[in-house]
Ligand binder design. Structure first.
Ligand code: ADP
Ligand code: MG
Length: 333
C-alpha cells in the first residue's frame, strides 16, 4: 500500500543544488526517520514527497502510482508539522473533522472517523474543548488526529515535537511509536535529534548536505557506521576519534571508540589520563579525560555512580572488540 520510491530525485533552488541525485525506497508499513544536521535537506526531501515542492528531476512513486506530477491532495499523504496550526475558535472535534468536511464527506462517516481517532489518541474526553484549553501535548495529538482521519497511505512528520519540553517529548515519542504499531501505516519522520531517530525508527536514513550517508536499522548504524560522519552523529555522548600512533597500531588512519566502550580504573589500563570534568548523573557517570600521550580528550561513560573526580589520575582501557577503524577518507575499514 504505502510504499514510496524515489528515483534519481534532485532539487535545486536557483543555482544551488540542495539534493543531488538520490535513490530511496521506503517499504510499506516502515517507520523511516530522516536524520541529519540542520540544513542538510530533510524538510526539502519530505516536502518533495508530499508534493509541496516540485522535483527538479527524477521521479517519485507512491503506493504503486507514479506521483511525480500529482498535486499534494492527490498523493493521499498526511503531513504533521512542528507548528500544529489548529483553529483556535473551533472545538477539538471540529478541528479533527476539518479535512473531511472540506472533502464533503458524509456526516456519519466523519463522526465515525473522528471518534475512532479520538479513541486512539486518548482525546475522547476533550472533543468539545477548544485548543486553548489543552496542553501542548494534547494539541499535538489533535494535529495528529486531523491526519489520522484522512486514512492516508503514509504519514509525514516534520520535527513535530521540537516545540515541546523535554519530558513531553519523551511521552509523545512513545505515543507516536504506539500509533505506528496500531495503524501499521508507513511513516516518515524528520528530526535532527538522533535519540528520536534511534528510539522510533525501524529504518534510519542519515543525510548530510542532501546526500544519504547510510540507511539501516538503529542498531546497524550504531554497530557498523559506514563512515566517520555516521559514527559521530549516531550515539550520545559522541564517539571518540583518535588518529596517530594508536590508530596505526590498529592498522587504521583513525579509530573510533564509543564512551560506553571504555573501562576506567584507578590502577591499571592502557591509556593514562587526568579527569578534566566529571558529570555524576546517578544513573551513569561521564568523565572527560585528558590523555596527554594521545594529545586528546576522551569521553567515558560508566553505568551508575563512579566516584572519580576532577584532577584524579585514571587509566582507560578501550574494549578492543568494539573499536571502529576508518581510513583517510573516513570510510569504515
Ligand atoms: P533541514 O530540514 O534538514 O534543516 P532544509 O531542507 O530546510 O533542511 O534545507 C536544506 C537547504 O535548502 C538549506 O540550505 C536551505 O537554506 C535550502 N532551502 C530550503 N528551502 C529553500 C527555498 N525555498 N529557497 C532556497 N533555499 C532553500
Ligand atoms: Mg527542516
Amino acid at each position: 500500500m504505502g510504499k514510496i520510491v524515489l528515483n534519481q530525485v534532485t532539487k535545486s533552488f536557483g543555482d544551488t543544488q540542495v539534493i543531488p541525485p538520490l535513490d530511496l525506497t521506503i517499504e510499506d508499513g516502515e517507520f523511516t526517520v530522516f536524520v541529519g544536521p540542520s540544513g542538510c535537506g530533510k524538510s526539502t526531501l519530505l516536502r518533495l514527497i508530499a508534493g509541496l515542492e516540485d522535483v527538479s528531476s527524477g521521479s517519485i512513486e507512491i503506493a504503486g502510482r507514479e506521483a511525480t506530477e500529482l498535486k499534494p491532495a492527490q498523493r493521499e499523504l498526511a503531513m504533521v508539522f512542528q507548528s500544529y496550526a489548529l483553529y483556535p475558535h473551533m472545538s477539538v472535534r471540529k478541528n479533527i473533522a476539518f479535512p473531511l468536511k472540506m472533502a464533503k464527506m458524509d456526516k456519519a462517516e466523519i463522526d465515525r472517523r473522528v471518534e475512532s481517532a479520538a479513541d486512539i489518541l486518548n482525546l475522547t474526553d476533550y472533543l468539545d474543548r477548544r485548543p486553548g484549553q489543552l496542553s501542548g501535548g494534547q494539541r499535538q495529538r489533535v494535529a495528529i488526529g486531523r491526519a489520522i482521519v484522512r486514512e492516508p497511505s503514509a504519514f509525514l512528520f516534520d520535527e513535530p515535537l521540537s516545540n515541546l519540553d523535554a519530558a513531553l517529548r519523551v511521552g509523545m515519542r512513545l505515543e507516536i511509536s504506539e500509533l505506528h504499531k496500531r495503524l501499521s501505516t508507513t511513516m516518515i519522520y524528520v528530526t535532527h535529534d538522533q535519540v528520536e531517530a534511534m528510539t522510533m525508527a525501524t529504518k534510519i536514513v542519515v543525510l548530510r548536505a542532501g546526500v544519504i550517508e547510510q540507511v539501516g536499522s538503529p542498531l546497524e548504524l550504531y554497530n557498523t557506521p559506514r563512515n566517520r560522519f555516521v559514527a559521530g552523529f549516531i550515539g550520545s555522548p559522541k564517539m571518540n576519534f583518535i588518529e596517530g600512533a594508536l590508530a596505526a597500531e590498529h592498522d587504521a588512519h583513525c579509530i573510533g571508540i564509543r564512551p560506553e566502550h571504555i573501562d576506567v580504573s584507578a590502577t591499571e589500563g592502557s591509556i593514562q589520563g587526568t579527569i578534566n570534568v566529571s558529570e555524576h548523573l546517578g544513573s551513569d557517570t561521564f568523565f572527560h579525560v585528558n590523555c596527554e600521550a594521545l594529545n586528546t580528550t576522551l569521553t567515558v561513560r560508566v553505568d551508575g555512580e563512579v566516584g572519580f573526580n576532577r584532577g584524579d589520575t585514571v587509566f582507560l582501557t578501550p574494549k578492543s572488540d568494539l573499536i571502529h577503524r576508518f581510513d583517510e577518507q573516513g570510510l569504515r575499514l
